[in-house]
Design a protein around this ligand. Structure first.
Ligand SMILES: Nc1ncnc2c1ncn2[C@@H]1O[C@H](COP(=O)(O)OP(=O)(O)OP(=O)(O)O)[C@@H](O)[C@H]1O
Ligand SMILES: [Mg+2]
Length: 247
């Protein structure tokens, strides 16, 4: 699968946040998106997944050459897109396991064998070092910051998307958890040939993961597209050299 974003303009409310973004991601590739707070990274992630709060005002998002601009998020998920939220929402009353099962059945269009799914969940809670007790709880309800982020990676592992947008999978995680999350993202994406678009602020997670492409978003525009060498430069010098430039 190939996802192509062509000259995308998007607004939140009355305000235009994205001013002409172009980006191409193929299954199996690993892209990183960095950029200052408020530059539009989450807005881009939401636009890709079809979040109702983000309005596309120009340009196109294509999956295998077909526009998905008018598709609802569930249809985008069926095509193989997945979004890990920066701030996962707590949904009291919706069981973690029921939610995952419903999502898997919706995406696959078939019936999921509960026993196999529970085995898979158990395997991933162990790999991700999550207390298995979250399995019996409501979705994200009272989960710690780290449990929420790990829970999203567990969902990715079970849903097996073709392209996953990961919005800061490392924020709020302790040093050991960053390594665990990075290793699991690596393993799952390699095993399932998932294309990754990972938003992050820090190079720590990138000491465990090797992106092929790095993009820098400043004020709703991509100002750098190139190799991972930019990550160390940003760590040393911040975004100064990228501000007021565009590619
Ligand atoms: N509902 C909203 N109403 C008004 N402005 C909004 C709304 N949602 C987002 N914005 C604005 O859009 C801009 C981009 O926000 P976005 O969340 O995409 O940034 P980001 O790059 O993900 O930042 P961070 O690194 O802090 O997560 C910000 O200025 C934000 O305040
Ligand atoms: Mg964000």
């Amino acid at each position: 699968m190939i996802m192509e974003i062509r000259d995308l303009y998007a607004s939140v409310g009355e305000r235009e946040i994205l001013h002409g973004i172009s980006l191409k991601v193929a299954q199996g590739e690993f892209h990183v998106v960095m950029g200052p707070n408020g530059s539009g990274k989450t807005t881009l992630a939401k636009a890709i997944m079809g979040h109702p709060g983000v309005k596309i005002t120009g340009g196109e998002i294509l999956v295998d050459g077909k526009s998905i601009n008018d598709l609802s998020p569930d249809k985008r998920a069926k095509l193989g897109l997945f979004l890990q939220f920066q701030n996962p929402v707590e949904i009291n009353g919706v069981g973690f396991v029921n939610f995952i099962k419903a999502a898997m059945e919706s995406v696959s269009g078939g019936t999921i064998n509960t026993k196999e799914m529970m085995n898979d969940i158990k395997g991933y809670t162990s790999k991700l070092k999550i207390d298995n007790g979250i399995v019996g709880r409501s979705l994200n309800d009272g989960f710690s910051g780290g449990e929420k982020k790990k829970g999203e990676i567990l969902q990715m592992a079970l849903l097996k998307p073709k392209i996953a947008i990961l919005d800061e999978p490392d924020s709020g995680l302790d040093i050991d958890a960053i390594k665990v999350v990075a290793e699991n993202i690596n393993d799952v994406s390699k095993k399932e040939n998932i294309g990754l678009v990972m938003i992050t602020h820090y190079n720590r997670i990138l000491s465990y993961m090797k992106p092929q492409f790095v993009h820098i978003l400043v004020d709703g525009r991509l100002v750098y597209g190139g190799g991972a060498e930019a990550v160390d430069e940003i760590e040393k010098g911040g975004y100064d050299k990228y501000i007021n430039k565009s590619v």
